[in-house]
Design a protein around this ligand. Structure first.
Ligand SMILES: *Cc1c(COP(=O)(O)O)cnc(C)c1O
Ligand SMILES: [Zn+2]
Length: 444
């Protein structure tokens, strides 16, 4: 039996491979990003049916660490992490549910929402951070000098990094754009004991600072340009297919900012296809906020060129990114599946989130961007009403109560009319007044 093997290699195809415990983020020849490449010949020693059986036997069971949606697929993720270095909080295994009522309102029979925000720190970032922090723990155990892990963040990355680093007793440093993350997102890394540097700048500025710290001060970079994270995040693609009894939906819709997550989705799909677990690919739509839409602009010119931009403010703060680090990976992933890019204005994203909330969800603004994209693609006929669609919900709405309260009080910037706002009725403590009100409601 061949041992399983994985290493870093350049996405542009330069020669050379690098071990997964080397501190390296870019190709030394062309400075493109690296990706994790798995030895598929070794993985093919198990048939597709055997992989499926193994993943099913482990899924959400108690045998540590395999109950985790990520570590249950460890051979495809990071085959070199030893059990004692796994830092897991049972990530993955999140709810994929049939959004029957909202789907029907759109004329779509088969709409599903993958709730990646039902997770330890409330976003899909946990899936990647469990892998990265486990790798760091193993590097430290093996005597490599890692003084701290650091990230720039629009909120959710720092929450996940802080939690996993705290669990592993590794020092975490997070750099945030001041005033641009929600209260809940700021308090998460503080609660988990991370050092928080709040910068008077935007996310792209924070990203530049942390890259320089990684290069000059020896801190380990935890942003998604570190492709170890994408290995964990790619399990979302596998898990969705698993939750459909190993059938492939027609569409996946995902909000995109730095574009690591859509790249991970592509990697997970490719791996399943290479190993015979699936035979067809879904199409992918990346949904961007109109205020931060460089990928959308590139899609509109057939990906002939790409231009970074300075993003404007958007309610979808986690995707307010003008210079996405994983741009090349994302375009490659989209081209492979005949993917599309759609955008949503502030009013469109806020109304879509609220309209879906009224059918029982509680959507974060980024999921609102994805839902607005769904509504637009349906209207345009790009997505057919007979197709099976999965919207990837990236964070828990409870992290974004300011967005929710602002919407229902009709006080959101750039949303002149909140079409689904629902206000409380203020009444005296008087049965007659309450009864009159209830009667009016029941007649309406
Ligand atoms: C990080 C994040 C995104 C964007 O993911 P990218 O990999 O940067 O494209 C979307 N939604 C939420 C809630 C996030 O935290
Ligand atoms: Zn290269």
């Amino acid at each position: 039996m061949l041992p399983l093997a994985a290493h870093f290699r350049c996405i542009a195809g330069c020669a050379g491979t690098y071990p997964l415990d080397e501190v390296i983020y870019r190709c030394p020849r062309c400075s493109n990003l690296l990706e994790v490449h798995h030895d598929l010949a070794a993985l093919r020693q198990r048939s597709a049916a055997e992989w499926i059986k193994l993943f099913e036997d482990r899924f959400q069971r108690t045998q540590w660490p395999h109950g985790s949606g990520v570590w249950g697929k460890r051979e495809w993720v990071h085959p070199h992490i030893r059990d004692e270095n796994v830092v897991s909080m049972f990530e993955g295994g999140s709810n994929l549910f049939w959004a029957q009522r909202y789907g029907r309102e759109l004329g779509l029979e088969d709409l599903w929402i993958k709730l990646c925000g039902n997770s330890h720190t409330g976003s899909f970032k946990d899936l990647g951070m469990t892998v990265l922090v486990s790798a760091v723990k193993q590097m430290i155990a093996d005597g490599k000098p890692v003084s701290a892990v650091a990230c720039a963040s629009t909120g959710d990355t720092s929450a996940a990094l802080a939690a996993y680093a705290a669990a592993a007793n590794v020092r975490a440093l997070v750099i945030l754009p001041r005033g641009k993350v929600s209260t809940a997102q700021l308090v998460q890394p503080l609660a988990n004991g991370a050092s928080v540097l709040a910068i008077d700048g935007n996310f792209d500025d924070c990203m530049a600072l942390v890259q320089r710290l990684a290069a000059e001060e020896g801190v380990y970079l935890a942003n998604s340009m570190n492709s170890l994270r994408l290995e964990g995040q790619k399990t979302v693609a596998i898990e969705i297919v698993q939750q459909f009894d190993w059938r492939v939906p027609d569409w996946l819709i995902i909000p995109g900012g730095n574009l690591g997550n859509v790249s991970a989705l592509g990697a997970g799909l490719n791996m399943m296809r290479e190993l015979g677990v699936i035979t067809k690919m879904p199409r992918i739509c990346v949904a961007q906020a109109q205020a931060a839409n460089p990928l959308y602009a590139s899609f509109k010119n057939g990906f002939a060129h790409f231009e970074a931009m300075v993003p404007k403010n958007t309610l979808a703060s986690a995707i307010q990114i003008g210079n996405p680090v994983s741009i090349n990976k994302a375009i490659r992933a989209l081209k492979e599946v005949n993917g599309v890019v759609e955008q949503a204005s502030e009013a469109e994203l806020a109304d879509a989130a609220a309209r879906a909330d009224a059918t029982g969800m509680f959507n974060c603004p980024h999921t609102g961007v994805a839902l607005a994209a769904l509504e637009k693609l349906l209207a345009a006929g790009t997505i057919k009403k007979s197709e099976t669609v999965v919207v990837i919900s990236t964070a828990n709405g409870l992290k974004f109560t300011d967005f929710k309260v602002g919407y229902h009080e009709s006080k959101l910037p750039d949303v002149p009319e909140c079409r689904y706002a629902n206000r409380p009725t203020l009444l005296a403590n008087d049965y007659g007044a309450v009864r009159e009100n209830v009667r009016r409601l029941l007649q309406a």
